[in-house]
Ligand binder design. Sequence first.
Ligand code: NAD
Length: 437
Amino acid sequence: MQIVMIGSGYVGLVSGTCFAEFGHNVVCIDSNAAVIENLQAGIIPIFEPGLDTLVTRNISAGRLRFSTDTASAVAVANAVFIAVGTPSRRGDGHADLTHVYAAAREIAAAAPDDCVIVDKSTVPVGTAREVEAICREVAPHKQLSVASNPEFLREGSAIEDFMRPDRVICGVDDPKAESVLRAIYRPLSLRETPLVFTDRETAEVIKYAANAFLAIKISFINEISDLCEAVGANVQDVAKGIGLDKRIGSKFLHPGPGYGGSCFPKDTLALLQTARSNGVPLKIVTAATEVNNTRKGEMVERVIRLCGGSVAGKKIAVLGVTFKPNTDDMREAPSLMMIPAWQAAGAQISAFDPQGRGHADQYFSQVNWANDPYEAIVGADAAVLLTEWNELRALDLAKVKAQLKSPLFIDLRNVYPPEDMRSAGLQYHSIGRPYRD
Ligand code: NAD
């Protein structure tokens, strides 16, 4: 199969490279020339574990290349995937489809007659139909098919997720699109990965429903953790106790500072807008987003309270700033709201993140970046663990105690056993796990 990936960001680059690994010939396109220049020079513009090795291997095998020339690549493609960004539209939270529609126009103009165009970006229900209308308008004589194939990979484990997905969802409206998608994903049949074929509208709804459900799980356990704190219960054990029930499942039951990232916040908003436009109130999703919106502010206040009611003139060491470990992605990271809030309250911030600094630097001012976690906490009045990177999971606690000015360690990811922290002489606070002496 000749595959073209339009958009070479977190999804496009990983999906394109993995398709090449399946054995297909892939061209990854991006309208940002710097992204393509870097890729052509062997520089991977994002941090995703294992991606550099996979890219190098597939370039060497002659199955993967990078270009800004959409028309030439598309002209010989069997399938063209649209993997461009669909951020929240300013003001109303609808998904901004400008890039998707621009890509559709370019593809339709250059594609061969029988090409299949596949929406991989997360797009509201009805978008595949709209992309098809654009194709008919731009190239009325061509028999272009449009399909929906939403992506479920997670940054940080994107390659594993793509190569061993729980399922692949394909929304199609004609047999040609179905046979091309079946051929593309055939390598997954060895693992008996469920390939779910449905109509395009259903595929589009599946993606948003999945993300909304996961967001609900996180907001749910965050609220339960508040209850645990009020009544002296342990949310970690509650999560385990309910998660062992197969109907509930143990994943996404980790309390924390609220979800962030490039998907959940924008996708829940976009789903709510779709629902509103269709007169369907999604009350549970609405509640989950409200809980999440207030969560970060509550965590800001909690840290201030634990610092004695004021952080003016104090130094807070923030450990981890990306929205989750193993990615350099800062989109909607809780730190984006929390660090400026502490600064506004008068705190000085030092920070350490294994990969996030490059992207984070553009969002923060007056943050003192450290090269390791111990450097970050030197002389700090509090250490706040915000992202559970492996590098932060096994800190030398004696060293932590020695470096801090006051031994306050606030762990918003419940990484450490409270007993260990207390025996190290640290005043330790985590989420939903009360002190028991
Ligand atoms: P991204 O911002 O990392 O990458 C998008 C890329 O598309 C950018 O490099 C941009 O320059 C390029 N682009 C925009 N318009 C273009 C055009 N007309 N032609 C060529 N290139 C163009 O975004 P992402 O995180 O990869 O997300 C892409 C889509 O996948 C979004 O809809 C997102 O919701 C969805 N998604 C993301 C994830 C994730 O974890 N990041 C997971 C599942 C689904």
